[in-house]
Design a protein around this ligand. Structure first.
Ligand code: ZN
Length: 486
């Protein structure tokens, strides 16, 4: 055994244990009895201690020094292991375990607080989470920016300043587009009640149509839809509101995009550092292009209109054009996950600014609700009516995920780039989408991007797939063309 082989064998076992941790997290949010929250916190903290010990094992440092990669994939694996080893050796075991314990509790408390519209019930644990993440960021930043230090976990190579500059370039065009769109008469929304069972039948059909492999996954219900797992076991969740079937359908397609990336990585990379999506931004590019550029296109919504008609009978929307307009209705709603493609990015910019201030100590948890409500009214033109529609709507902060939100808009930007390149390569795309045949676009993404996993750095992954340097231009051009014509 060479140092490289020892290192890879060790990393493989760590990845297997990490999968167990992921599955406990999945269980916590889908199947776990409500009363098991304390026990689960202890279990996750215990496993986190084991994982932290493995990830900070001093032998890794020795192996990394001596290892010689046999090929390009080996070099990329060493790059990923060097990054995670440097990250993990800077965080004390006590802090890592405490973070796992408090964020597990935090998610449970958030879930109840959201149901009760009770910010006061959530604040004590939020204060704890913020304090622990600031402490962790300080350990990671080595004197640098605290927010940037946390961003590296989700988007290696990204920075808060660069992100803020990109958001500043995007905001004027998004605001102008939003105003032009809202000035026109609002399209008729879909009305009616759509039973859960029937919605889930369509959701499963959508998942299969977009290439989700149910032999290596499953679909369950949660408050906040997500995708969890890698390789042969990649699970997704969705939610059902009986009066809003698009919520269920597009949440499902979104999570299928994430799952397709994980299910699409070459089997040769399984349990290696390359056997997963390379970053949250690149991940989100997959979920977004499935959900928006493909799933909300005029061509594909024509197919979906027929599916809904077959399942539910006549709708209040009489033809596929009216259906397309309803799917893409632009409105300044409260909820990020229900936002249209224009407002979505404004939701992200709000959260990005608040959490960056929070991490850098320029805003305290106790003042977050006021800051949120003030900013929301300024950006969206209406006051927040209740905390579940405001500060309590997202799980992220309860789970300590600061630095994660901007990767959603980065994903949109990358999806814009990928779609531009895909359209140039697939002249029959609209005809395929109209038939509900997604094999060409999903095959294109698998071949150009998904199968490589973490082989290349995030931006390089997008650049290699597109054939050009990614920026926000293609997304904004796409949005202006689409919503200008609606
Ligand atoms: Zn996503």
């Amino acid at each position: 055994m060479t140092a490289f082989d020892d290192l890879m064998a060790h990393a493989r076992e760590t990845a297997a244990l990490d999968n167990v941790m992921t599955r406990l997290g999945w269980d916590q949010r889908t199947m776990m009895p409500h009363g098991a929250a304390h026990l689960r916190s202890e279990e996750l903290a215990a496993l986190e201690t084991v994982l932290h010990d493995r990830r900070t094992d001093p032998r890794i440092g020795d192996w990394l020094e001596a290892a010689e990669a046999p090929d390009a994939a080996g070099q990329a694996a060493l790059r990923e292991l060097r990054r995670s080893y440097a990250r993990n050796t800077r965080v004390p075991a006590r802090l890592a375990a405490e973070l796992a314990r408090v964020t597990a509790m935090g998610q449970e408390i958030w879930s109840q607080a959201r149901r009760d519209d009770d910010v006061a019930a959530f604040l004590p644990v939020l204060r704890q989470v913020v304090a622990l993440r600031r402490e962790e960021a300080a350990a990671l930043a080595n004197g640098g920016d605290l927010y940037d230090a946390l961003m590296q976990d989700y988007e290696p190579g990204a920075s808060g300043a660069e992100t803020a500059a990109m958001f500043d370039r995007m905001r004027p065009r998004l605001v102008a587009l939003r105003e032009a769109t809202l000035a026109r008469p609002a399209p008729e929304p879909l009305r009616g009640t759509f039973p859960q069972d029937a919605q889930l039948r369509i959701a499963r059909k959508l998942a299969e149509t977009f290439g989700y492999d149910f032999a290596h996954g499953r679909l369950d219900l949660t408050v906040h839809p997500f995708c969890a797992g890698h390789g042969e076991d990649v699970r997704i969740t969705t939610r059902v509101v009986e009066t809003e079937p698009f919520n269920c359908f597009y949440s499902t397609v979104h999570e299928v995009g994430h799952a397709a990336y994980e299910q699409g990585v070459d089997a040769a990379h399984a349990l290696s550092p390359l056997g997963r999506g390379v970053s949250m931004g690149v991940h989100e590019s997959q979920s977004r292009i499935y959900e928006n550029q493909l799933g909300r296109s005029r061509a594909f919504t024509g197919w979906l209109f027929d599916q809904m008609h077959a399942e539910f009978g006549p709708l209040n929307l009489h033809d596929a054009d009216a259906f397309y307009r309803a799917v893409n209705r632009v409105h300044a709603g409260y909820i990020r996950t229900e936002a249209d493609e224009i407002h979505y990015n404004l939701h992200i910019m709000l959260r990005f600014d608040l959490e960056r201030d929070l991490l850098r100590g320029e805003l305290e948890a106790d003042d977050l609700e006021d800051a949120w409500n003030t900013r929301f009214e300024a950006d969206f033109g209406t006051p927040v009516d209740r905390p579940a529609n405001g500060i309590l709507q997202d799980v992220h902060w309860s789970a300590g995920l600061f630095g994660y939100f901007p990767t959603y808009t980065l994903g949109n930007v990358y999806a814009g780039c990928l779609f531009k390149a895909m359209q140039a390569d697939l002249p029959e795309l609209d005809a395929d989408l109209a038939r509900g045949d997604l094999s060409a676009p999903t095959g294109w993404l698998r071949e150009r991007l998904q199968r490589f996993g973490a082989l290349r750095e995030p931006r390089a992954t997008i650049e290699a797939a597109c054939g050009f340097t990614p920026d926000e231009g293609p997304l904004l051009d796409y949005l202006e063309a689409k919503f200008g014509a609606l």
